[in-house]
Every structure is written in structure tokens, then in C-alpha cells.
Design a protein around this ligand. Structure first.
Ligand code: NFC
Length: 544
């Protein structure tokens, strides 16, 4: 039996430690440990509820917009404030573009190199590479000249010993299976993806005033005003520029990212059999299209025990079952006691003990729904949309199932998570443009309202702000007392997925998904990276 510790395991955002035990070439046990705590929930106590959205964006430098949205929704829910349609559409565009940016970065920069061998790309024939790329997509950037230029650049890096952040990759690992040509295609797109993720960030910044950390929210709407006479923060020229950026990123997602994803998935079909782990899932509906958050463009749902057919749809953000049954347990987390508390009564009292594999071993709490661990993220949202018969999602899923020769149940896997994230990006790219069309039509109809001015009243109020973030269901929970924050808790997608064992000793989703993974070479545990990176961990968010 060998014990492997990977610390940090994440690329860029790196406070996640994973320990696995391997026996007979397979993982037999695993521990997920978040290694950093900052205490922003504690800092919020006593502050103004209308300022919370700005503080909580600092949980993270990756998914900043999502915390702003959840927080402002929590206050709006507590005070029963309606959000004007213009504000909903502007928020929706920012949410969708944020997801597009996030999913591009995840696929290429945070996970692709677990599957793509950069060094093998040196052996590729650029002409054959162009033929392969052109056979799966009509994207104009897929030329022999382009692939040759990337290969020459790569050769110069290798010859000069300047592989930089790529120097320590597991190149030549026996579990790497792509041909040199497909590797070259993916490396070329990795570099292109840097430009396109920036364009999506720019789109969010045009509306949000800044990105990361948008500046344009207020309780009851947005502080962005759009005016055709060029006297407001946005005008027609900016909106047309926004459309151009969003069309460019849509084309990249649909004509580069998605075909690359299917090509890689096709070469690694065995990874639709590993990494299922916890098969309880939750997604909340997203992209509201009314002022009361009761009608949504994408549905949510809860799947228990992998039973997709038995999905319980989540209708809106006032779902009693979720509001009552989401709790957090700290038996194995570095906080006082071993209690399971509802977030409105939640506590964040640090109690560090060092890593004790049978005791407390992580800063991450263990969230539960109805007492059970739950996996959140794109698979849950894709399953809910599929079950609700969303035509676009059905087409993508059915198309992939038939092209790859897999079954719907294969979504419960490491490759299933990568596939669902790509399918979600595909949908987000279109939804961004749909929401822009709706915004322009609504303004043209004469609606000039962007916010319902809200003053925090005296008294006690409780609210929850749900949001379907790129990594899954996010909820911010607020208790307001006499105009101040009495309590604040965030239950974050990566908190659900990175959770340690709960009070019953059940493994969290990262942990459970590793059990049964193959390990070809214990000194280079590439397979562990594949499964963990498929969740796109963000530990700054998970622990906050
Ligand atoms: Ni940071 Fe977030 C984490 C997301 O799980 N998506 O809601 C927060 O980060 O990437």
C-alpha cells in the first residue's frame, strides 16, 4: 500500500491538499484538505447588509461576480425586494459571460494538460494536424500555418530550456493517449484560449465597470444605466461592442472548445467509467426572466443516488426543501465542536489541530442536503435541463451520447464532468446573446428602470441568495438585525465538492470520486489530478 500526498494539487489557485492510499494500482481511500482560512464571514458581522456584496467578492479572484450576485440576492430575498427586468438581464449577461470565461480557462489552462502531452506535440505533422482540426470544425484559425507557428514556438522553448510553468508536467506518462497531432491542436488552442477568455472578461467589465470584482450592483437592481443619447454609463456603441465580443467568444466555445472536448473525450472513453463518487446532485434554476425570481431560463433539480429519472425539479429560489435542508457539519473541519448547523444559525469558530486523518483535517466544512453529501456543478445543471427537455441541452447531450457511444449514466464520471462543463459553456455563450437581445428589446419598449431603491428597515430579516455558479450551486445566507448583519454564511460550490467526511463518516465528493481510480505510476499520480481537476476546485471560495 502506498500513501501519496499532493499539496498543492491545483493549478494557479493552490490551497488544496489531497491524500490518497493506493493498493494494487488503484486508489482505495482519499482525504481532501483545504489548507487556508481567512474568516470573511466573521469580518461581515455588524456591517451594513447593502455593502456585503462588495466584501464577499473578495472570497475569490476567480469567481468574484458570483458572490456579488448571491449576496445581493440574499438581501433582496430577506427584504422581499423585486428586481427590474433591465437589471435582471444585465446581471444575466454578466453571469453568463463570467461562466464562459471560467469554463474556457478551466478546460484549457486548468485541466487540459492532464490529458494533453505538450512534449509529444513536437513530433506532430502540422499539415495532418490542420486536416484533423478542419474535419471537426470550420473555425478559420485552424490552418497548417498556424499549427506550424505554434510548434516552432514550442520547439524554441524546449531547446532553450524555457518550458516555464510547463516544465514539471507528467509528459510521456503511460496514461497520455492522444496522437502528436491532436496534442499539437490542443496546445495551439490552449494559447488562443488566453485571448478569448480575456474577451469574455471584458464583456463582464463593460457592464460591471470592472472585472474581477464588478462594481455595478445595488440592492434592488444595478447601478448601470443605459441611454441612447450617450449621457449614461453605457450607450449603443458599447452595447454593439459587447455583442461583438460575445459573438467572438461564442464562436470560440462552439467551434474550438467543444469540438476539442469531444475529440479528447473520444480518446479517453475509459474515463467515463472512473470518478463518479457521490452521485447525489443539486442545481438551482438560473437566469431569472421576471422581477420576482420565479421564472428562469435554465431549470434546477436534485438527483439522489444517481437516479436521473427520479430528479426532483427545483422551481425557484424560494424552494422550501432546499432552504430547510441545507446544513453544514464540522466534525472533520477545523472549527469548534462537531455540530451540524443550518446556515442562518451557522458558526465559524476556528479550531486548528493539524492534519488528523481520523479527526479534523480541513478548513472546509461539510455541507449536507437532508443529511447527505451532494455533488454540485455542471453535471447537475445539465441533468436538470435535460430532464426538463431543454431543446439545446438535449441536442448536445444526445449528440455526444451517440457520437461517443456512451450512455446518459456515464455522466457520473471524471470525463462526464468535463463534458458537462463544455456543454454548459456552449449554452452560456448563446444565453449571453439572448439576454442582450431581451435587454435591448426591453429598453426599446420604454422601460427605463434599473433599480428599485431600497432602504434597509429596522427589525429582523433572514434571506438566502441562490446562484448557479460555474462550479455549481452557491448560496449566501444572511440574518439582518436592526440594519446590521447579525450573521452571514456562504455555502459555496467548492465547499460542497471539497468537503471532508461528514458526521456519519461519509466521504465528500472529491474524496469519493478518487476511490477506484487507477494509478499507473505512484510517483506520478496523473490520474488523481485528472479526477480532482475535473471538479475545477477553488479553495479560496470553499473556505473563504
Ligand atoms: Ni472561487 Fe467559486 C467556487 C465558483 O466554488 N464557481 O461560488 C464560488 O470559484 O471559482
Amino acid at each position: 500500500m502506498s500513501r501519496i500526498t499532493l499539496d498543492p494539487i491545483t493549478r494557479i489557485e493552490g490551497h488544496l491538499r489531497i491524500d490518497v492510499e493506493a493498493n494494487g494500482g488503484k486508489v482505495t481511500n482519499a482525504w481532501s484538505s483545504a489548507q487556508m482560512w481567512r474568516g470573511i464571514e466573521v469580518i461581515l458581522k455588524g456591517r451594513a447588509p447593502e455593502d456585503a456584496w462588495s466584501f464577499v467578492q473578495r472570497f475569490c479572484g476567480v469567481c468574484t461576480t458570483v458572490h456579488a450576485i448571491s449576496s445581493i440576492r440574499a438581501v433582496e430575498h430577506a427584504l422581499d425586494v423585486e428586481v427590474p427586468l433591465n437589471a435582471q438581464y444585465i446581471r444575466n449577461i454578466m453571469i453568463a459571460q463570467h461562466s464562459v470565461q471560467d469554463h474556457i480557462v478551466h478546460f484549457y489552462h486548468l485541466s487540459a494538460l492532464d490529458w494533453v502531452d505538450i512534449v509529444s506535440a513536437l513530433k506532430a505533422d502540422p499539415k495532418k494536424t490542420a486536416q484533423i482540426a478542419q474535419s471537426i470544425s470550420d473555425w478559420p484559425g485552424n490552418s497548417e500555418k498556424e499549427f506550424k507557428a505554434v510548434q516552432d514556438k514550442l520547439k524554441a522553448f524546449v531547446a532553450g530550456g524555457k518550458l516555464g510553468i510547463f516544465a514539471t508536467g507528467y509528459w510521456g506518462h503511460p496514461a497520455m493517449k492522444l496522437s502528436p497531432e491532436v496534442n499539437l491542436m490542443a496546445v495551439a488552442h490552449y494559447l488562443k484560449a488566453l485571448d478569448y477568455q480575456r474577451k469574455a472578461s471584458q464583456a463582464t467589465a463593460i457592464l460591471g465597470g470592472k472585472n474581477p470584482h464588478i462594481q455595478n450592483l445595488v440592492v434592488g437592481g444595478v447601478a448601470t444605466a443605459i441611454n441612447t443619447e450617450n449621457i449614461a454609463t453605457l450607450n449603443m456603441e458599447r452595447l454593439i461592442y459587447l455583442r461583438t465580443l460575445m459573438e467572438e467568444t461564442r464562436d470560440f466555445v462552439q467551434k474550438v472548445y467543444y469540438p476539442d472536448l469531444l475529440a479528447i473525450a473520444g480518446a479517453y472513453k475509459d474515463w467515463f467509467k472512473y470518478g463518479a463518487g457521490v452521485t447525489n446532485y443539486m442545481a438551482v434554476p438560473e437566469f431569472p426572466e421576471d422581477t420576482k425570481n420565479t421564472k428562469f431560463m435554465l431549470p434546477g433539480g436534485v438527483v439522489m443516488g444517481g437516479n436521473i429519472g427520479g430528479i426532483r425539479m427545483v422551481k425557484d429560489h424560494r424552494d422550501d426543501y432546499l432552504i430547510k435542508n441545507i446544513k453544514e457539519n464540522v466534525t472533520h473541519a477545523w472549527y469548534e465542536g462537531n455540530g451540524t448547523l443550518h446556515p442562518w444559525d451557522g458558526e465559524t469558530k476556528p479550531d486548528y489541530t493539524d492534519f488528523k486523518e481520523n479527526g479534523k483535517y480541513s478548513w472546509c466544512k461539510a455541507p449536507t442536503l437532508d443529511g447527505k453529501p451532494v455533488q454540485v456543478g455542471p453535471p447537475a445543471q445539465i441533468m436538470a435541463a435535460y430532464a426538463a427537455g431543454n431543446p439545446k441541452v438535449k441536442k448536445l447531450v444526445d449528440g455526444a451520447v451517440s457520437a461517443l457511444g456512451i450512455s446518459l449514466g456515464d455522466i457520473h464520471s471524471t470525463m462526464g464532468r468535463l463534458f458537462c462543463r463544455g456543454a454548459r459553456a456552449h449554452v452560456m455563450a448563446d444565453l449571453s446573446l439572448d439576454n442582450l437581445d431581451k435587454l435591448i428589446a426591453n429598453i426599446a419598449s420604454g422601460d427605463q428602470t434599473y433599480a428599485n431603491h431600497t432602504v434597509i428597515p429596522k427589525g429582523e430579516y433572514r434571506g438566502v441568495g441562490f446562484h448557479e455558479a460555474p462550479r455549481g450551486t452557491l448560496s449566501h445566507w444572511i440574518v439582518i438585525k436592526n440594519k446590521k448583519i447579525e450573521n452571514y454564511q456562504a455555502v459555496v460550490p467548492s465547499t460542497w465538492n471539497a468537503a471532508p467526511r461528514n458526521d456519519k463518516g461519509e466521504l465528500g465528493p472529491y474524496e469519493a470520486s478518487l476511490v477506484g481510480n487507477p494509478i499507473a505510476d505512484a510517483s506520478k499520480p496523473l490520474e488523481v489530478l485528472r479526477t480532482i481537476h475535473s471538479f475545477d476546485p477553488c479553495i479560496a471560495c470553499a473556505v473563504h
